[in-house]
Design a protein around this ligand. Structure first.
Ligand SMILES: Nc1ncnc2c1ncn2[C@@H]1O[C@H](COP(=O)(O)OP(=O)(O)OP(=O)(O)O)[C@@H](O)[C@H]1O
Ligand SMILES: [Mg+2]
Length: 113
């Protein structure tokens, strides 16, 4: 199992949910509002060499735990759903998940997703 953490533009959350639901991938999702900055330090134009204190922009973080076999498809779905081609489109982080517990039933691992 893997956890996909997608940090995206706030106005792309609905597109992300729709595409993953249609494709039948995300059986569950956790969403938070986050603050962050990327390579442009939170500015649309970053003047090289000029010292700029990073500005924190509001983004949405969507966390999705999925089976290993679905990872590449989910990444593709997310990119297609949220990409504008402009800076600030976001990033996807992928980490291994050791185990999952469905509290109601006690199911573990892939069965619990
Ligand atoms: N290396 C990083 N570590 C943690 N969070 C990051 C990192 N890079 C980006 N983020 C998060 O992702 C958000 C969007 O980043 P952004 O899309 O601007 O990345 P970028 O590398 O600057 O790419 P681009 O050049 O396309 O803008 C940031 O506001 C921040 O929350
Ligand atoms: Mg950026």
């Amino acid at each position: 199992m893997k956890k996909i953490e997608a940090i995206i533009r706030t106005d792309k959350l609905e597109d992300l949910k729709e595409s993953l639901t249609k494709a039948g991938y995300a059986k569950g999702m956790t969403v938070s509002q986050v603050l962050g900055y990327g390579n442009q330090r939170g500015f649309a134009e970053y003047v090289r060499g000029k010292k700029v204190i990073p500005a924190l922009l509001t983004k949405v973080k969507a966390e999705i735990v999925i089976q290993d076999a679905a990872v590449e498809n989910v990444i593709e779905e997310i990119c297609n759903a949220v990409r504008t081609g402009e800076v600030g489109d976001g990033k996807i982080f992928i980490t291994p998940i050791e185990d999952v517990v469905r509290i109601r039933t006690g199911e573990r691992g892939g069965d619990a997703i």
